[in-house]
Design a binder for this molecule. Structure first.
Ligand code: SF4
Length: 243
């Protein structure tokens, strides 16, 4: 069964044209057989945040409800499935098999929370895999809120981010200057407030797609040096030239 990226947000929820989510009651077996549209899959050391350097299997889902109209400096290709990069339609079991002996799987995007990932997350957890989710913080799905065994949640707030996603975050990444020029991007002041609340907050420079922006990195270093409650997320993968 195919989950259409433009109309569905997950195996049991359909996004209606008026923006409301309609819950469909599908059996667990049916949900388990559904296929997720994946833009690409790759295995590489995590380049950002607390898990920097940890070998991780990345699964990038197609689609993003924030969009590159907001994030004009977005550095990811999430628009379609790229077969040459491991993209395609995959069931939970196929993704589990692909993860192999990796003990960390990162579900990213695009915006992975545009879909209901409960079956995938539960199945990976059941195989003793730690699941990480990277999100814009603009969606707070019920399935995630109600999970007793939640994935590691990395929130990189984009315009429209939700307060309860900030509160749920295990780590927060603030891109210095944002990835776009419109309103609503988190500031260093926001980062300091969240850090003062006891959150793990990273400042990450706005780099180019494949290369480091030296001036942005210097600025990020200056910010964390001045405010030691914050940490630097350096995007190691752009130094290593991995994805
Ligand atoms: Fe790109 Fe992330 Fe913005 Fe989506 S939320 S457009 S993936 S930077």
């Amino acid at each position: 069964m195919l989950l259409l990226p433009t109309t569905t947000v997950g195996p049991t929820q359909t996004l209606e044209s008026d923006g409301l989510v309609q819950v469909q009651h599908l059996s667990k077996e049916v949900v388990h057989q559904m296929k997720y549209p994946i833009a690409e899959r790759f295995k590489a050391p995590q380049g950002e945040g607390l898990y920097t350097g940890v070998p991780m299997a990345f699964i990038r889902l197609v689609g993003c409800s924030v969009g590159q109209g907001v994030c004009t400096a977005c550095d990811t290709n999430f628009e379609k499935m790229y077969p040459e990069l491991g993209g395609g339609l995959y069931t939970t079991e196929e993704l589990l098999a692909w993860a192999g002996n990796y003990i960390h799987v990162c579900l990213t995007g695009g915006e992975p929370l545009d879909r209901n990932l409960l079956d995938l997350v539960n199945t990976l957890h059941g195989a003793n895999i730690q699941v990480h989710i990277e999100t814009s913080g603009t969606l707070s799905p019920l399935w995630l809120n109600h999970m007793p065994d939640r994935p590691w949640l990395c929130v990189s707030p984009k315009p429209g981010y939700l307060r309860d996603m900030i509160e749920m975050a295990d780590e927060i990444k603030v891109i210095l200057g944002g990835l776009g020029d419109g309103p609503g991007w988190p500031t260093v002041d926001n980062a300091l407030t969240w850090a003062a609340e006891g959150r793990l907050v990273y400042i990450q420079p706005r780099n180019s797609v494949l290369t480091i922006d030296k001036a942005a990195m210097d600025e990020a270093i200056t910010v964390v040096s001045k405010h030691p409650s914050l940490r630097l997320s350096a995007q190691l993968h752009k130094y290593l030239r991995t994805r």
